[in-house]
Design a binder for this molecule. Sequence first.
Ligand code: NAD
Length: 311
Amino acid sequence: MEKIERTAVLGAGVIGASWTALFAAAGLDVDIYDPSPTGEADVKAYVERAWPTLEKLGLAKPGRQGAMRFHGSAAAAVCDAQFIQENVPERLDVKHDLFREIEPELSPQCIVSSSASGLMVSEMQTGWQDPSRFILGHPFNPPHLIPLVELLGNDRTAEGVLEVAEVFYESIGKVTIRVGREVPGHIANRLQAALWREAIHLVETGVGSVEDVDKAVWAGPGLRWAAMGPHMLFHLAAGPGGLGEFCNRYRPSFDRWWRDLGEPELTPELSAQLSAGVNEEANDATVADLAGNRDDLIVAMLKATSDKRRL
Ligand SMILES: NC(=O)c1ccc[n+]([C@@H]2O[C@H](COP(=O)([O-])OP(=O)(O)OC[C@H]3O[C@@H](n4cnc5c(N)ncnc54)[C@H](O)[C@@H]3O)[C@@H](O)[C@H]2O)c1
């Protein structure tokens, strides 16, 4: 496979604009289609805002920003592309219509990777005559900042396609993982959902306030989770016996905790309780302020750790 230099982004809202910034920063040309009348201006403004961060992270190639070209149709945007990131709204009919439109225009080696968070690859594949070069490449918001991409293909995926996508994503600074089989939410969103379920349960049952439950994560294990995953951390938590010894030692505790975890239902009342709690925690800061602070912290952590990561 020749080196990927020409990309396309289909759907340039929250996720597509961020992918565009990352691709352009890597010096890749990006052909873009989004039907919104303000799409082009929105994407340009987004890339301009993201650029200083991409420079700070060393992801922007000095002196070489890839060209961004905006098109009047998806078909026109894809004909030159070697790699396409699809980010249209999370609706199967919209994705299928798009795939039907672009399939006849694609060059034979082109890979189409979907950002879809909730849809299954197998249900998206039915929008293709030949889905062999269509995969899932699920990012985290915003993709130019959070490294993870979850990759998934299946028995209808051509040999070698996931490997090419992996090499491509890693060449632009992403950290990739393979999802072994289709499950709703892939891997990382299921982990988030599991933690949030118990966080809500703790608030609902009066064990902790919204603010204290949030603190228990960011000032506690969350800091470790940004360094290593839960298995590796527990491998380090029981001396030289590692994870095996940890399992022997703490199985009764975990069994007891697991039996006691809650299964809250996100009713309107519970949602109002959580909103009130988070508003108190925000202490009058706006959503934009808080998002800016989150991004500053993430950039600082990525910068501080990039030369120390050994795994
Ligand atoms: N927002 C997130 O946190 C997040 C994270 C990971 C993955 N995703 C996934 O990314 C995809 C896009 O989500 P988003 O949050 O960017 O949504 P969004 O609504 O912000 O953006 C979707 C964009 O697609 C455009 N669009 C509509 N119809 C189109 C068409 N036929 N062709 C091209 N563009 C079209 C819209 O104008 C809009 O700009 C979804 O599949 C979603 O599951 C979202």
